[in-house]
Structure formats: structure tokens, C-alpha cells
Design a binder for this molecule. Structure first.
Ligand SMILES: [Cu+2]
Length: 174
């Protein structure tokens, strides 16, 4: 055992000794790829959706009550809650409807839809877009295309009672 170890050790030393002089300095790390391609990609990237920022707080109101858009325009609505009251009572969302929505019926169903953040089931065809329910210091966004048909489209906060108290606005498509 001792002999074998010694032989291996010697061989290793020899190998190391033999190799050492030939060892060349490590090559410098390859230069990072030029940033030109990324810049080019950004330059040709299509413009993103137009961002509409809506602030909500401890009052029953949207900071933006009227949004104007062109038919089919891509919009990103961001709703940010700057208040401090509990989400239970003062949570808000943004729900945009197609024309012809029966808000009274919808409003009657929202109290039973707490589990789905006050979006009652069965309104998929009537709702163009909606955000999640946001509480204090929370924010959510939804990206969608404005309808192709010109006209007025109502949006509300669907927390029970909120839209009746004035938490509503209109998307005007031109
Ligand atoms: Cu609300």
C-alpha cells in the first residue's frame, strides 16, 4: 500500500513538474458581447400599451373618471390604492363593461361574489377587462384593447355599494 501510494505520489509530482513549465497564463475572459444588439432590439420593439394610472384611496372615487381611446387601442389600466382603511370595506377594483350591461342586476349579485372579488360568475361576455381587488398600498394592472365600436363604455368598482356611491367612470372610444 505504501509503495503504491509512493508511486502514485511520485508520478503525480512528475506530472505536475512536467506540466508546470508548459502552463500558459490564463487567457483573459472573453469580452462581454457588445450591447448593440440589445439597443437595436429596443429600438425596433413595438410601442407598448398606453398606460392609464388610476389612484384610489379611502374614498369612493376613481382619480380618473373619463378615459378617451381610439378604437382597438391597447390600454394598460393600473389601479393603485393609496389609502389605509381595511381592504374588507375599502378594497377597490376596476371593471370595464361592454355596452348594454345591466348594472342593477350585476350590482345585486356582487355581495354574493366575495370569493371571486365581487366579480359574479356569468358575466364573462359583459366584462371587457377587470383588475383584481386591491387593498391599502396594493396595485394591480390589466391590459386590454379598447372596443372597436365607438361609444361609451362604463367602468366601476364592483365592491358592493361603491359604484352606487359614485365609484364609476367612462371609457369613450372614438
Ligand atoms: Cu371601490
Amino acid at each position: 500500500m505504501k509503495l503504491i501510494f509512493a508511486s502514485v505520489f511520485s508520478a503525480t509530482m512528475l506530472a505536475l513538474a512536467g506540466c508546470a513549465p508548459k502552463e500558459s497564463p490564463k487567457p483573459a475572459p472573453a469580452a462581454a458581447p457588445a450591447t448593440a444588439p440589445a439597443t437595436t432590439a429596443a429600438a425596433v420593439a413595438p410601442a407598448g400599451p398606453r398606460v392609464i394610472e388610476i389612484i384610489v384611496s379611502d374614498t369612493l372615487a376613481f382619480s380618473v373618471k373619463r378615459i378617451e381611446a381610439t378604437a382597438g387601442e391597447e390600454l394598460k389600466v393600473t389601479i393603485t390604492h393609496t389609502g389605509s382603511m381595511p381592504k374588507e370595506a375599502m378594497g377597490h377594483n376596476f371593471v370595464l363593461f361592454n355596452k348594454g350591461i345591466d348594472l342593477e342586476s350585476f350590482g345585486q349579485e356582487t355581495p354574493m361574489a366575495k370569493a371571486t372579488e365581487y366579480i359574479p360568475p356569468g358575466y364573462e361576455a359583459e366584462i371587457i377587462a377587470h383588475t383584481r381587488l386591491v387593498g391599502p398600498r396594493e396595485s394591480d394592472s390589466v391590459t386590454f384593447k379598447a372596443p372597436k365600436e365607438p361609444g361609451e363604455y362604463i367602468y366601476i368598482c364592483s365592491t358592493p355599494g361603491h359604484y352606487l356611491a359614485g365609484m364609476r367612470g367612462v371609457l369613450v372610444v372614438k
